[in-house]
Ligand binder design. Sequence first.
Ligand code: FMN
Length: 308
Amino acid sequence: MIQTWLTNTFGLSVPVVSAPMAGVSGGALAAAVSAAGGLGMVGVAAASPDQLRAELDIAQASGKPYGVGLLAWLLPDNEELVDVAVESDAALISLSYGPYARYVERVQAAGKLVATQVGTIDDARAALAIGVDVLVARGGEGGGHGRNDVATLPLLQAVLDAVDVPVLAAGGIATGRGLAAVIAAGAAGGWVGTAFTVATEAANSKDAKQAVAAAGLADTTYTTVLDIGRGAAWPAEFGGRALNHPYAAKWHGREDELRANPEPIEQPVTWAGQAAGLVAKPRDAADIVKELATAETYLGAAAARTGK
Ligand SMILES: Cc1cc2nc3c(=O)[nH]c(=O)nc-3n(C[C@H](O)[C@H](O)[C@H](O)COP(=O)(O)O)c2cc1C
């Protein structure tokens, strides 16, 4: 068994967090991941407090530790979500994408750990100054929203060198090989999104799962135009990575024109990262956790190659 800060802190058997993903990671996915030995996260956008409470109740049913991820830029209008998270049994609370500093003390005072996703070394330094407990070094190849400035591996190396708090790696991890690579580099675990979007227990549509499973490594686009088209008020520095989409092909690079003359999006958007190309078919979350757990084999093989 791989032992890291992550597994020791939350009593996990696999150093994996399933990423909070609004519309995908409800309580059922979080419970399934936690039951399989990882740390399952519930992710919401602008949910009602009752909706979040209901999902957290489902997550808690696994009887294992779980977490919750909130989108910081939405919290000024949805502050009750912080209260629900603080009052829950969630052990880890992610506050990502937007000004989150004012919520950190409240979460920590309730005995919970705070995570945030960082996309640059400046983000990492700011998080450290704010007192975040665990940083998620999240590279631009990741699915859904975030920065596109730096890829996972260079970001992870720089963040690990720059901070002395635990660091998880996110963006592009979908197999035991990928998890082994970031653990070998010094990460306390992987924060995995796209690979879990095809889980049987995930709340997204069957069509979305099939589309991710069918996609190749180069079949995603990072852009802000999908949000402009949806009328979603994401801060401009956080674009999103989704499966290639005719709307993105048409408007990417013409953002000002689109803002001046909005055109509705007709086909659904499937947020996913480059790891979509590593995911072959929809399957149970426990199988995905099991595949990630093969990291141990690769780490063992690497150790053997060093002759020690
Ligand atoms: C469908 C989808 C929805 C997401 N929603 C959220 C979210 O609600 N909150 C959040 O903090 N991150 C969200 N993310 C980003 C993930 O937390 C994480 O950064 C990303 O999935 C990691 O890269 P990977 O997809 O290559 O594993 C989402 C990602 C995906 C794929």
